[in-house]
Structure formats: C-alpha cells, structure tokens
Design a protein around this ligand. Sequence first.
Ligand code: FES
Length: 127
Amino acid sequence: MTSKTTQVAENLGLNLTQRHIFLCVKSSPQSCCDSEVALQSWEYLKTKLKELNLSERGGIQRTKADCLRICDSGPICVIYPEGVWYRNCTPKNLDLIITKHLIGGNIIEELRITGPIFSQLTNARSV
Ligand code: FES
C-alpha cells in the first residue's frame, strides 16, 4: 500500500465509518426504475450527506452501485453493517433513510425489502 492510498483512505474517513449505503444507479439497463430517477436520487444522497456533514469523516460512506439484483421498485439500496435493503429510494424517501436509519439506526418498515441480515452485529431497531 502506498502513502497515497493511505492518504485517500484517511481523507475519506474510512476508519470512522459507521454505516455504508450502496444505491443502484448505474445499471445498463436500469431495470429497477427510470435512470433519471436513479441519477436524481444519487445526486440528492450525495448532496444531503455533505450538507449534514455525514460524508467523508462524518461516518457515512456512500457508493454508486451497479445492479443490486432486485430490479423492481427502485432505486434500490442496501445499508451495511445491518444488511437492510430498501425499495423506492427517491429523494423524499432518502430523507427518511438518512434521518431514521443512517443517523438514528432505526429500520423503516414501510420501505424495507428485507433484513437486517446481520442483526446480531448491530443495534438496529424496527420503527
Ligand atoms: S437495476 Fe437496480 S436493482 Fe437491478
């Protein structure tokens, strides 16, 4: 590992990560939703996490993912370490996901597809 790699990891705050959200955005074709909706959701997620100082050293990592294999009711996301999957991750629903799950550690039942998969490792609660 080079010092550049270490510096990038440091700048991203990887060692401070509490949760990581993967959002299906760049599939070809985008089968779970309209690709414009997926891109709007991704831009909203990035902007909102930055506004709330949650990205980089704020403890929340985000990744623009390829197909997450649900391919329906998208955009689809999965959040680790809990392993909770959500459907319809539009900007409006991402607000809920950010405040209730990423910050609060609570699962949003009305958007949940499945999970938590790794509940024994976390303190995630259903609301
Ligand atoms: S295209 Fe989004 S889950 Fe498959």
